[in-house]
Design a protein around this ligand. Sequence first.
Ligand SMILES: [Zn+2]
Length: 475
Amino acid sequence: MFDLVITNGTAVLPGGAAVVDIAVSGHAIVAIGGAGTLVPVGATRVVDASGQFVIPGGIDPHVHCALFLPGPGGKMIGSEQPNIVSKASLFGGTTTMCDFVFWKPGTTLTEAVKTRQELFETKCYSDYTLHIAVESPMGPEILAEIPGLVKAGYPTIKMFTTDITPSRMAHLTHYGEIWEVLKILSAEGGLALIHAEDNDLVMHMYEKLIAEDKVGFEHLAEAHTVMSEELSFNRVIGLAKNVPGAAMYMVHTSARTGVDAVTRARKEGFPIYAETLHQYVLFNAEDYKRPNGQIYHTYPSLKYPEDQKALWAGMESGNIQCVATDEVCCPLEIKLIGNRIDDTTGGNSGVEPRVSLMYTEMVTKRGFSIEHFVDLVSTNAAKIMGLYPRKGVLAVGSDADIVLLDPKLAHKIDGAALHAVDYSPWDGWDVSVWPSMTVLRGKIMVEGGQFNGDLSDGAFIPRKIPEEIRRGPSV
Ligand SMILES: [Zn+2]
């Protein structure tokens, strides 16, 4: 007797899509069999998924809850908390979010992790993990904390090669300290996450654009340039190649030059992975000129049609492995407060439509296989971030994180009807599927538009980066 059997759906399994029965008991998938074969065993609940796709729960490797943003009157306020973001994520078919601990000098990494955990524990509906973002100066005491945190399930350290804007609080890690962190991660089994931009060029362009009175946000792609992505990706790759055993994951790749740098390094066998955002593949710098054009922005910046072409080609060839959101949820009123190149709020409420939009844009419109789509929204992130095979796969023994994508729920996105905030950059976009059900570790969290989640449902998932991910480009 099972708790749940999902029968007759087209399930995306490691060996390919097939019509099967999937049985769940407790938190895990306990059996997978031919269509109709597990129903007779008996189950508390049988769900007929005929005509639907059954996929592993989406994994968003790059989310920010409760991030500080410019609010009314120049006051800093927080973006939406884990309860809001995780609820929207489950409605959209994402069951695990990877958020960030931002460490600042004056505290320890361990204290920063503890503070961030308190924000999530019993306050998040979905499962979650935490990357740790550091900045210079760290000094030897902070560096000395990293090995213990890697062992405790926090094996990913994020570093910025830029302060992003002249008005923002510092983020930058100097190359010397990036080098030190890479050596530690190499020895301890970690993975470096890099936000790469050439700080000199970015700050030069801010000065120049401000002097020329080109301060409107429609100039953001001139501040955060294609050339900056070229120089910074290649510089940090060059640094990492000098650290035997170093492995890197490039967050929010936005330009053709970034894709080229990653592709070249992978060809040489260097263990490097790349993420892009659905924002970058679906919008470009022309969109800044549309009404409320800030809603299309996220840092570094939207780029140009030829960059989008390269990002799509990178996903198709496997040189880009993940599509993330870089989620920062805030109401439209807050998103529109900044309107300059140096104060426009980044991020968006993309976590809910991500999976269905990507199915539509990849499988329906561009002929990607459904297996490749699942890799890009779930499986690859699970493998690279050290969640696999617990997450990111429909297999016996894996967590029962299961999403049913229903073509009968095809519709136009209505931003106001989504669950995080009151707008969406994808308002009016077609989706050819939508989740009819989201299951998190065996619990039906969303069914037919009804939310059954409880704030005690979300769990922290400790991670360990597999050796093959760190040895060479294995995904
Ligand atoms: Zn981010």
